[in-house]
Design a protein around this ligand. Sequence first.
Ligand code: TXA
Ligand code: MG
Length: 316
Amino acid sequence: MQTIVTESVDVAATWINKGEIVAFPTETVYGLGADITSDAALEKIYTAKGRPPDNPLIVHIHSLLQIQEVASDMPESAKSLIHHFFPGPLTVILNKNPDISPLVTAGLLTVGIRFPAHPVAQEFLRRCNHPVAAPSANISGRPSSTDWKAVFDDLKGKIPCVLKGPQSTIGLESTIVDCSVHPPRLLRSGAISLESLRNVVPQIRAVSSSEKKHPPKSPGLKYLHYAPSAQIILCEEGNSSIDRDTKNAWIGLSQPPEGIAKAAICKNPEEYAFRLFSFFRECDREGIGVIFCEMPPADGIGLAIRDRLQRAAMSS
Ligand code: TXA
Ligand code: MG
């Protein structure tokens, strides 16, 4: 299959409206979208990514009015979160509208909903006839794609169209809050921190470490994730011993130790998030064997970076 790269939201939406799948930019990471009413298109997402069939997709909307097409009720907690954080890097889990295809929700009774803030994403979604289900636009298990070239590397020949936009400004996937349970539960950390969520809904619980081992309701959390080919070694600040025989790299907030071949020194946690996945992919292209990743402080977006680093390290 030939993969076209376009900057036209019209061209991209036309593919979606005829039952095809399209990669598109958002402020978190690129998504791989399909019309939620087309089972044939939804199937194509799982095939193109090699995605396990029990891992549900997030539904993307361009207007709050579309929520009623997708969800069946709206608890007060969800209303407040949506009021404060939509459009933006937040996914809210609600009880699903019974008409939603089980291919969107992987058979669950709940559905994840996100209203991206990215103007290109919004323009594109406005031109699609229905809400668009989209996981991150990468081969399952690989780092999420934060620019169109990463999408192209992973999915060329497997999807007909990539909507080209700028590099994703956040660089990590959305924060996910399950509002179908009471109290609501943080399922995945992201750019909207637990602190800011709790300023709006103080009862939100974080997933405990025992729940992480026996994942509750977010099936995707149990799979290997974000892994470059290189081995990932996590280091707390200033604590790392470097094997000089392997071609190695460093990403973190501090200066790298002696003997590092390639380094990304980030000014703050936001820049760390923005660069992380594209740095992983660059390291793979350059044949780096080991990537040392400095753990950032565990607050704000630092919590999400730590989560992705820990998962990447488990997978490597
Ligand atoms: O920022 C993002 O969220 C990006 C962009 C494209 O919007 N999307 C993304 O999708 O990261 P994906 O598929 O890579 O991650 C979605 C996560 C998975 O862990 C999945 O299990 C979880 O959301 N999820 C989806 N629907 C769910 C549901 N009904 N209940 C619990 N978890 C759900
Ligand atoms: Mg993903």
